[in-house]
Design a protein around this ligand. Structure first.
Ligand SMILES: NC(=O)c1ccc[n+]([C@@H]2O[C@H](COP(=O)([O-])OP(=O)(O)OC[C@H]3O[C@@H](n4cnc5c(N)ncnc54)[C@H](OP(=O)(O)O)[C@@H]3O)[C@@H](O)[C@H]2O)c1
Length: 316
C-alpha cells in the first residue's frame, strides 16, 4: 500500500489538528474536509482545506478525489435536532463516507470510534451510535477497503476539551459540585493517539482491527479534577455529588447554553472508560502518563505524585 494523500473528514477539530501535523511530519499530504473551510485559516497554510457537506454523496466524493486514504474524525458529544442526531452524525455519515470513498477508489480507512462504543449496549446514545458507526465502517468497507478503528478513553493534551474545560470550571467562585465523581477514566495522551493512527496507516497487520487506546493508569473523575486543581494552582473545595444529584444536574444542565452536561453524558460516564486490551502497546507505543504530560500542560510542578496517592487510596 503506497499512501501519499490523506483526507481527514472532521479534521478541523481537536484530534484532527494534532493528527494533521503528525501526518505531515511523517511526509504525507493532508487534506482537511470540513463543512466550514473559512474557519480553517490557521490550518490552510499547513494543509489543503476542502469544503463539503459530509452527508451529500456527490460533494463528499468530489472532496475525497485523488486521495489514497481517508480518516474519519467526526463525532459529537451532544445531539442537536434531527440534522445533528447521534445516529445521523455517527452512523449515516459513516455510511456516506464509505460509499463516497469507495466511489473514488480509496482502499484505506482509519475510523475514530470511542472506548466502550457498543451498538448493543444499554448505555448512552453516544456509545450506542458510535458502536453502530464503527461496525458499519468495518462491514461496509469490505471487501475493497482496509478499515482500522481506534477506541480512545478521554484524550488529554494541550488545548484539549478535558483538562482545559475543568480548569475553567474550577475558576467559578465557590465550592465545585462534581457529578459522577466515581466515574473511572484512563486519559490517553493526544501525542500517543496520533502516533497510533500514523503507525497503523500503512501497516497491513492492523487491517480489519480495532484498538482500545488508554493511558497507563485509570483514575476516578474526582481524582482527576483534584489533579487539575492542584496543577493549575487552584485551591478549591470539590464536592462529589451522589448519584441522584448527578442525574438531577444532568437533567438541568442539558438546557444550559452549550449543554455542559446532559443525561446522555451521565449515561456514558456510568461505564468505566478503561481498557481491557492495550492498543497502544500493540501499535508499538509506550503510553504517556497523565502525571507527567498532564502536569506540564497544566503548568504545575513539584507534587506530581499526589495523583498516584489519590488513585491508590481509592483502591483500598
Ligand atoms: N476528544 C476526546 O476526548 C475523544 C475521546 C474519545 C473519542 N473521541 C472521538 O474522536 C473524534 C474527534 O474528536 P475531537 O475531540 O477532535 O472532536 P471535535 O474537536 O469536536 O471535532 C470533530 C469534528 O467533527 C465535525 N463535526 C462536528 N459536528 C458535526 C456534524 N453535526 N456533522 C458533521 N461533522 C461534524 C467538525 O468538523 P467541521 O465543523 O470542520 O465540519 C469537527 O471539527 C470524534 O469522533 C470523537 O467522538 C474523542
Amino acid at each position: 500500500m503506497n499512501i501519499q494523500r490523506i483526507a481527514l473528514v472532521g479534521g478541523s477539530g481537536y484530534v484532527g489538528r494534532h493528527l494533521t501535523r503528525h501526518l505531515q511530519n511523517r511526509g504525507y499530504h493532508c487534506r482537511i474536509v470540513t463543512r466550514h473551510a473559512h474557519r480553517l485559516h490557521e490550518l490552510r497554510t499547513a494543509a489543503d482545506a476542502v469544503e463539503a457537506d459530509p452527508y451529500d454523496r456527490l460533494q463528499l466524493t468530489a472532496a475525497l478525489h485523488g486521495c489514497d486514504a481517508v480518516i474519519n474524525l467526526v463525532g459529537i458529544l451532544n445531539a442537536g435536532g434531527k440534522a445533528t442526531s447521534f445516529r445521523r452524525v455517527h452512523v449515516e455519515l459513516v455510511e456516506n463516507l464509505v460509499a463516497s470513498a469507495q466511489a473514488g477508489g480509496i482502499t484505506r480507512l482509519l475510523h475514530m470510534s470511542a472506548l466502550n462504543a457498543d451498538q448493543s449496549s444499554g448505555s448512552s446514545q453516544y456509545l450506542r451510535t458510535k458502536g453502530e458507526g464503527e461496525n458499519r465502517a468495518h462491514t461496509l468497507g469490505k471487501p475493497t477497503m482496509a478499515v482500522t478503528s481506534f477506541r480512545p478513553s478521554v484524550i488529554f493534551g494541550p488545548d484539549d476539551g478535558f483538562l482545559n474545560r475543568f480548569r475553567l470550571l474550577l475558576k467559578i467562585p465557590g465550592p465545585m459540585p462534581l457529578a459522577c465523581p466515581d466515574a473511572r477514566l484512563a486519559p490517553v495522551y493526544i501525542g500517543d493517539v496520533v502516533r497510533a493512527f500514523g503507525n497503523a496507516l500503512e501497516d497491513r497487520d492492523t487491517f480489519g482491527r480495532r484498538y482500545d487506546l488508554c493511558g497507563p493508569q485509570s483514575y476516578t473523575l474526582k481524582q482527576l479534577v483534584d489533579f487539575i486543581a492542584m496543577h493549575s494552582g487552584q485551591r478549591k473545595w470539590i464536592v462529589g455529588m451522589p448519584d441522584w444529584a448527578s442525574r438531577l444536574q444532568a437533567s438541568l444542565l442539558q438546557y444550559a447554553p452549550g449543554k455542559p452536561f446532559t443525561p446522555d453524558n451521565y449515561q456514558s460516564l456510568r461505564t468505566p472508560s478503561v481498557c481491557k486490551e492495550d492498543g497502544l502497546a500493540a501499535l508499538g507505543i509506550d503510553a504517556t502518563s497523565l502525571e507527567n504530560a498532564g502536569a506540564r500542560i497544566l503548568r504545575g510542578d513539584g507534587k506530581l505524585s499526589r495523583l498516584t496517592r489519590l488513585r491508590r487510596s481509592s483502591m483500598r
